[in-house]
Design a protein around this ligand. Structure first.
Ligand SMILES: Cc1ncc(COP(=O)(O)O)c(C=O)c1O
Length: 282
């Protein structure tokens, strides 16, 4: 039976209920985080909780718990799901209001929800590459907030799946921004690119770790969005996220990326990433 946390209680998922007047249900008025767990420990925990604080601040929702309280919940869930590798999901909504009105309700108590999901053991070898499609980014202007209003992402993901691809790469303002649920890296003329952090992308925790690693190792790197026109001639493309880690893209809009095989820059960065993850979960 799946255990979840809801407003101070641990319950079987089928017994956890929220009000139909919850702002998360009515407006998607909430924020979330997905925290990977490797070897029974939360990976990049402070970074995830810092981003949660940011999303809450930007949406004027009060942080309902202390870090120690969050940690207690995570430890409880990790044990309930059997340790190992997992993905913890947490969601905080603005809470329940008496009436459905756009304005913030007065004196609401945020709804706090958390659950976990068992992941396949983190791979030692680079995961299988994927095909992606490019789409116009139909999202709003505050993609820096990890908001539960995800309809645009759902539609673009479905569009990719429908086309036989595994991710949609989002284009806006003539540049490559990120994936529907991932960040994007591309290599062109031997230089690695990923979009700079602004309101148009989510500041991925995995992205930031990759940036940290490539800067430490001295790889030629620019934190700058690649012009759309240069994407089709990139020698390598890959995506990153907490649950998918780093996945090479070998097909873009039905055409081979570079040689059509996993590229050398990806392989090198994957090794650095994997060593970092291994040293963490040892
Ligand atoms: C839009 C978007 N960008 C990037 C990411 C990757 O972020 P992270 O590495 O923190 O999982 C996600 C993750 O879900 C996402 O939804």
């Amino acid at each position: 039976m799946t255990t979840v946390y809801l407003n101070g209680q641990y319950l079987p998922a089928e017994h956890a209920q929220i009000s139909v007047m919850d702002r998360g249900f009515l407006f998607g008025d909430g924020v979330y985080e997905v925290i990977p767990v490797f070897g029974g420990r939360c990976f990049r925990l402070d970074e995830h909780l810092d981003r949660l604080d940011y999303s809450l601040r930007e949406t004027a929702i009060a942080q309902p718990l202390t870090r120690a309280q969050w940690l207690e919940i995570f430890e409880h869930l990790i044990a309930a799901y059997g340790g190992g590798d997992q993905a913890i999901y947490i969601q905080i909504t603005r809470g329940i209001a008496a009436t459905r009105e756009f304005k913030f309700p007065e004196q609401t108590v945020p709804t706090v929800f958390a659950m976990s999901r068992v992941l396949a053991p983190a791979p030692e070898e680079a995961p299988a590459p994927i095909a992606v499609i490019t789409v116009d980014d139909i999202r709003w202007q505050r993609c820096d907030i990890k908001s539960t209003s995800l309809l645009a992402g759902v539609l673009m993901t479905q569009q990719a799946l429908h086309a036989g691809a595994r991710e949609a790469i989002l284009l806006r303002d003539g540049v490559v921004l990120e994936g529907a649920s991932s960040n994007v890296f591309a290599v062109t003329d031997g230089v690695l690119y990923t979009a700079a952090k602004d309101h148009r992308i989510l500041a991925g925790i995995t992205r930031d770790l990759i940036v940290e690693l490539v800067q430490q190792k001295g790889l030629e790197f620019r934190e700058q969005a690649l012009p759309t026109a240069q994407l089709s001639s990139a020698s390598e493309v890959w995506i990153s996220s907490s649950t998918r880690e780093m996945v090479a893209v070998t097909q873009l809009d039905g055409k081979a990326v570079g040689s059509g095989e996993i590229g050398p820059v990806y392989r090198q960065v994957w090794q650095w990433y994997r060593e970092y993850r291994k040293s963490f979960s040892r």
